[in-house]
Design a protein around this ligand. Sequence first.
Ligand code: GLY
Length: 379
Amino acid sequence: MEISRRKFFVASAAATAAANARSSNGKRPLIICAANGYRYLDRAFEALHSGADTLDAGLKVVTGPEDDPADDSVGLGGLPNEEGVVELDACCMHGPTRRAGSVGGVRNIKNVSLVAKAVMEHTGHVMLVGEGAERFAVSMGFPRENLLTEHSRKVWTLWRETHSNQDWWGPQVGAPNWTAPESHAERLVKLNEVAANLGIPEDQRADAIHKVLVPPTGTIHCSVVNAAGEISGVTTTSGLAWKIPGRLGDSPIIGAGCYTDADVGSAGATGSGEENIKVAGAHTIVENMRRGMSPQEAGMDTLKRIAHYHKDDQTQLKYVSMIYYILRKDGAYAGVSLWSGGDRKRRFAVHDGEKRYETCAFLFDGNPIEWPPSPNVPW
Ligand code: GLY
């Protein structure tokens, strides 16, 4: 887990070299998104090709996972808060008109990315939260529905019945009174037993236990540029699993989870929302590009700021996960991650006429938490 200073600089130098190579190959139109958007890229690219607006194309990507009950990081089936209630966050920025919309802590409405767009188009506000946002969505014709699937309910029950002091009550990572949690191994026997009793199928148990031990932040971001250089971005999430009700992460925060500037480019984030809010990640990246950095340099600089905020202390940073998706107006792009992901490399997805996964450049080699090994998932 520890990384030497030398390895750190080697990893950074390799990442920067790759970034500069990629950045010089800007091509438009182009869509970049988190890996869980891969299967929706074709329909978005087709729409873009047929003249769709860049934000509408991005929404064709992110509404895929929102509608998919099997994706437990977003929309329907998202992992709930500590009370078992799914609360969703989203924001979007429309470059051509320099408008933005955002919703936070929304219950019972699955397509919060579309609700964020509705806030942008139908109100004089930028951000609505909680019950007001839900009532606004219903008034705009969005149906109320139960977002907690049987799968998510069982994983939440597994967490509730087995969690100890490793929850979101207490100090932030790196605060003076913060201490690293006890070994995960001590909880495994009980977790396996309770998971079996809950009827979680054996082939899904490792994944469920992983989500209890290392609460995921899920999320999907998508940025889109068209042939004319118009650019937009959108981010949507069910947020941090088992969060305290009312917690907002970075995804609904314009400038953290997503930021788009028609003159420069667009960026978005998945990962530890609390960390990203503190560095205003997406905004920092876009401003870095405005000052001349390549997309990858801009992202790596922002990751280094997160590391700096933790004094480059690996005992803290191993609990932080962060990926940035970056698109410059000219079509140059990058995906950068705080951690490489070890054997399971952190990836992002791109479509510029050819749909593909690419591996993120990274700051630290390894995984934030190395046990249990994650099972293979379809993206
Ligand atoms: N990045 C999503 C969240 O922290 O809620």
